[in-house]
Design a binder for this molecule. Sequence first.
Ligand code: AMP
Length: 116
Amino acid sequence: MSQTDCLFCRIVAGDIPADIIYESDRVVAFRDINPQAPTHVLIIPRAHVSTINDMTEDHSPDFAALFLAARLIAQSEGIADDGYRVVMNCNAGAGQSVFHVHLHLLGGRRMTWPPG
Ligand code: AMP
């Protein structure tokens, strides 16, 4: 997939609007358009990686940055102490629908386990 075809690359580029709440040199975070919890934020690397299966050693700093951003955003959203969930779906069988890796940050309600 070329970057012009990728929805999340286009959000990073500013071609498609999004409710961006956090940016760093490596990641961008914005509110999910179809939230599944009171707080539902997507955190994505600026650099395109389609799925976890495509991750290499070179991507390690980006993936670390996703989790560091999750920690900061959970604090700023006020959900860090009560608890929150981070999820990354890999491929269609796990529910991935946008093929640019993204960490879901969900909180603000009681989470159940196992996930559906
Ligand atoms: P996944 O199913 O794990 O690939 O997650 C993709 C997520 O992207 C879903 O939760 C969608 O609601 C969300 N989404 C799709 N398009 C947009 C958009 N334009 N802005 C914000 N979130 C989006």
